[in-house]
Design a binder for this molecule. Structure first.
Ligand code: DAH
Length: 348
C-alpha cells in the first residue's frame, strides 16, 4: 500500500510531463492544469490519501508530492510562456505590417461644384444681410406664373416650358421667383416689415437637353423689400456682390431687358474675369459675361406678396450658379453637372 501510493505519485508525475508535450495551444494547457494541478486533479486526490500511510512515511511522501507539484507548476509556466511566444510569432507572421508600404488612398466624397458655388453665394449674401429662405420645388401655376404677373396665355410663359404633374395646376417650379411671393408672406408680418432674402434651389424646365441647357439647374433668387428702395440700391447691391465674388476691380454693366415680375428689368454683365475684358472664347470675345437678371419688383408682385406698393418698393435678381461655375472652371457642357460622372466630380 505504502509502496503503491509512492509509485502512484511517480506515475502521476510522469504522465503529466508526458502529456504536457502534446499540448500545443493555451486552451488545452488550461485543461491540463485543471486535470493535473486542480483541486480535483490526480495529484490532489492522491494527497488526500496521505492518512493511509504510516506516520513515519508521511513527511517524505508529502515532501515528494510538494516537489512534484512545484515541478509541474514550473513546467506549466514554461509551457505557457512558450505557447504565448508561439502565438505572438504566428500573429506577427500572418498579420504582418509592412511599414514601408505606401499608404492606401482614402477616398473621401467631395462637395459638388454647384454646391461649392452656392456656399460661396451664401457667404457673400449673408455678409450683406440677406437670409436664406427655402421655398418649395413643387409649385402651383399661380405662384410660378400668375402672381408673378404672367397672365394666362401670356407669351412670356413660353420662355419657361414647364413640367406638369398629374395634379391640375401643379408643376415643378421653372425658376426660384415664386419663392419671392412665399418669402413676402412668410417674413413680412402682413406687409409691415422689410425683408432681405436669397432663395437658392433647384428649378426644372421641359427643354431640349444640350450643352447649354439642362432640364434641371439651380438658381439663386434675391429679394429686398423696403420703404424707399430705389434702382440705385439695386445697382449698388449687385455691384457690391460682384466685387466680393470676382474681386474689387470688377466692372459691372446693365442692359435693359424684360421680365414680367420686374419693372424696369435688366440683365447684369460683369467684365470677363478670365480675359479681364480683352475678349476670349469664354466671353465670346465680347469682354463681358452675363451673370444675372434683375429689376425693381413690379407693383403687382408686391401687392400679391401682401405689401402696399404705394409705400413699399423692392428689387430682385436671379442668378445661375451652374453658369458661373462653368465660366469659372471653363466647363463647356452643363450636362456634366448631373450626370454623376465621378471623373468630372473628382476635379473639384
Ligand atoms: N426668374 C428669371 C428666370 O428664371 C430670372 C430673374 C430675372 C429673376 C429677373 C429675378 C429677376 O428675380 O428680377 O429667367
Amino acid at each position: 500500500m505504502k509502496q503503491t501510493l509512492a509509485s502512484s505519485l511517480e506515475s502521476i508525475r510522469d504522465e503529466a510531463i508526458r502529456s504536457l508535450e502534446d499540448i500545443h495551444n493555451l486552451e488545452d494547457l488550461h485543461d491540463w492544469e485543471i486535470a493535473h494541478l486542480g483541486r480535483r486533479g490526480a495529484l490532489t486526490q492522491l494527497l488526500r490519501q496521505t492518512g493511509q500511510l504510516a506516520p513515519s512515511q508521511r513527511p517524505a511522501f508529502g515532501k515528494r508530492a510538494n516537489a512534484i507539484k512545484a515541478e509541474l507548476q514550473q513546467l506549466l509556466e514554461e509551457r505557457s510562456a512558450l505557447l504565448h511566444e508561439r502565438a505572438l510569432m504566428h500573429d506577427l507572421e500572418h498579420g504582418a505590417i509592412d511599414v514601408t508600404l505606401p499608404g492606401r488612398h482614402f477616398h473621401r466624397g467631395g462637395i459638388h461644384p454647384s454646391t461649392q458655388t452656392l456656399r460661396n453665394f451664401y457667404e457673400i449674401w449673408s455678409e450683406m444681410g440677406f437670409q436664406v429662405f427655402r421655398s418649395r420645388e413643387v409649385e402651383d401655376d399661380a405662384h410660378n406664373f400668375e402672381m408673378l404677373n404672367f397672365p394666362p396665355h401670356h407669351p412670356a410663359r413660353d420662355m419657361q416650358d414647364s413640367f406638369y404633374t398629374d395634379r391640375e395646376n401643379i408643376i415643378l417650379r421653372t425658376h426660384t421667383s415664386p419663392g419671392q411671393i412665399r418669402a413676402m408672406h412668410a417674413l413680412s408680418d402682413n406687409g409691415t416689415q422689410p425683408i432681405r432674402v436669397i432663395l437658392p434651389g433647384m428649378c426644372f424646365r421641359y427643354e431640349q437637353i444640350s450643352a447649354r441647357s439642362e432640364v434641371q439647374f439651380t438658381q439663386v433668387e434675391g429679394l429686398a423689400v423696403g420703404r424707399a428702395l430705389r434702382f440705385s440700391d439695386l445697382k449698388g447691391t449687385i455691384h457690391e456682390f460682384a466685387k466680393r465674388m470676382f474681386g474689387d476691380s470688377v466692372r459691372v454693366r446693365y442692359r435693359a431687358s424684360y421680365f414680367p415680375f420686374t419693372e424696369p428689368s435688366m440683365e447684369v454683365d460683369v467684365e470677363c474675369f478670365l480675359c479681364k475684358g480683352q475678349g476670349c472664347s469664354v466671353c465670346k470675345h465680347s469682354g463681358w459675361l452675363e451673370v444675372a437678371g434683375s429689376g425693381m419688383v413690379h407693383p403687382v408682385v408686391l401687392r400679391n406678396g401682401g405689401y402696399d406698393p404705394a409705400i413699399w418698393s423692392g428689387f430682385a435678381f436671379g442668378m445661375g450658379p451652374e453658369r458661373l461655375t462653368m465660366l469659372k472652371h471653363g466647363i463647356h457642357d452643363i450636362r456634366y453637372f448631373w450626370s454623376n460622372d465621378i471623373r468630372f466630380l473628382e476635379q473639384f
